[in-house]
Design a protein around this ligand. Structure first.
Ligand code: ZN
Length: 466
């Protein structure tokens, strides 16, 4: 009898060894993350998909016969990166496999999809579940949760169907339960939600332990949304209004525009409100007022995904840069052509002064976020705005540093901060024993120049070298 148990134990151990596979040893590298002090000349042992141990390179290790060793002398080891704002299904010509490959090639080992119908996302979700070794970790919200008059409903050009519309009569709890049953781990709110519906959504989400991030609905005051438990914001949207000395008048006008709308569809009304109000609001920027709002954002852990890549679309104009357009060659052929043609057409047009105003304002606000310790997530809105998946994340890191973050804070925004958003900070986001082995080895120090995140020596995903 005893022998039987012993044999079972041996079989179990053998099985575990077989599953773990060969270990990966990263030898003699400098470890850099946003949690620990920098550690030089360290050796990291990875077993399975986890960091098993980290020790000084001087300490002896017993190498096993099938250990795979990577010499990281003069190299810099950082955690795998996140893009916290992507839309896998925004452009039908861009298939999810191409996107996944581009993310991984650029060291983006985790992505947060911030809006897509589950029905359309399902193939990408199923593929990622079936092929975890070759796909980034995928976190998704499912559809934008909008008001009954939805912005993204697939009826106007540039506005694909990405959303569902709800009002006070909707079964919000049922809708949220259905989304989480399908794998959603956070919710994305949108701009046409009515105030009471939005407040109810926040309440339901809080009961279910989900963060709601998104666009603050046009119908609500930002401070009220913060008090009601808003979990995050995208694109710094609607902070322009809240930070204006004329916020109260602008909000009153907005209320009139929202109620006396006639036949204007949601998408057009939303754009009309922004174009009529944004620049007046920015022109009347009130720093004292803004700082108190930003302090509230920091105190209440309202995660900001500024998406500077998209907010500076018309001012930085990456599409006008021939070097940027080289990244299009990794896209499917038809899309390459469209992006190239469109980029050249837009490049020939003069810069819109309003775009410069908005781009500069966005950079300034991110600087204030950084000074006030607001939690920032690096996200890009790829593939919107000719922002090639993966490549755009590194542009976002550059812009965050340009806006005032230190390179380490920029790394934080793409590593431990998004992990914290999902309460996964004990499992990922830094180089610590027991954490997941999503790792980048860089040729140069990213703290000297954040552009060095682009000079990747190796990408390790779930303990495996790519
Ligand atoms: Zn988006």
């Amino acid at each position: 009898m005893r022998n039987k148990y012993l044999l079972m134990l041996i079989a179990f151990l053998m099985h575990s060894i077989v599953i773990a596979g060969p270990r990966l040893i990263i030898q003699n590298g400098t470890l850099i993350d946003a949690v620990n002090p920098d550690r030089q000349a360290m050796t990291m042992i990875i077993e399975g998909d986890k960091i098993l141990s980290i020790q000084s390179a001087g300490e002896a290790i017993a190498l096993l016969i099938d250990d795979v060793v990577i010499d990281a002398k003069d190299k810099f080891v950082i955690p795998g990166l996140w893009d916290a704002h992507v839309h896998l299904t925004f452009i039908p010509e861009l298939d999810y496999k191409t996107s996944y490959d581009l993310f991984l090639k650029n060291g983006v080992t985790s992505i947060r999809d911030t809006g897509g119908l589950i029905r359309k996302m399902q193939p990408a979700i199923t593929y990622a579940n079936k092929n975890p070794d070759t796909t980034p970790r995928l976190f998704f919200a499912g559809p934008l949760i909008d008001g009954k008059d939805r912005v993204y409903k697939g009826l106007e050009p540039g506005f694909p169907d990405l959303s569902i519309g709800i009002d006070e009569s909707s079964d919000i709890e049922g809708i949220v339960d259905e989304l989480t049953a399908k794998g959603a781990t956070f919710l994305k709110s949108y701009e046409m939600l009515s105030r009471p519906t939005y407040l109810k959504l926040l309440q339901v989400a809080e009961q279910k332990g989900l963060r709601v991030t998104g666009h603050i609905p046009l119908s609500i005051d930002l401070m009220e949304a913060i008090d009601a438990g808003l979990g995050g914001m995208q694109h710094i949207r609607n902070l322009d209004l809240a930070c204006s000395i004329e916020a109260d008048e602008i909000r009153a006008q907005r209320g009139v525009l929202l109620s006396n709308r006639g036949e204007i569809p949601g998408s057009a009304l939303r754009s009309k409100i922004h174009s009529e109000q944004r620049y007046t609001a920015i022109a009347n920027f009130d720093e004292t007022r803004c700082t108190s709002i930003i302090e509230a954002l920091a105190e209440n852990d309202v995660y900001q995904t500024p998406t500077l890549t998209i907010n500076t679309f018309g001012s930085k104009r990456f599409f006008a840069d021939a070097k940027w357009r080289e990244t299009y060659k990794f896209l499917p052929k038809t899309l390459q052509k469209t992006w190239q043609t469109e980029s050249l057409r837009l490049s020939a047009q003069p810069v819109d002064p309003n775009d410069v105003i908005f781009g500069n304002w966005s950079m300034k606000i991110v600087g204030l976020f950084s000074e006030n310790n607001v939690k920032i997530l690096a996200g890009t809105d790829t593939p919107i705005g000719y922002l090639t998946p993966g490549y755009s994340l590194h542009k976002e890191l550059e812009l965050l540093v340009e806006a005032g973050l230190s390179p380490r804070e920029a790394l934080r925004s793409a590593t431990i901060a998004p992990a914290e958003f999902f309460n996964l900070q004990n499992k990922m986001g830094s180089l610590d024993e027991g954490k997941v082995a999503d790792i980048l080895i860089l040729n140069h120090n990213p703290l000297n120049d954040i552009k060095n995140t682009q000079d990747i020596y190796k990408v390790i995903l779930k303990g495996m070298e790519k």
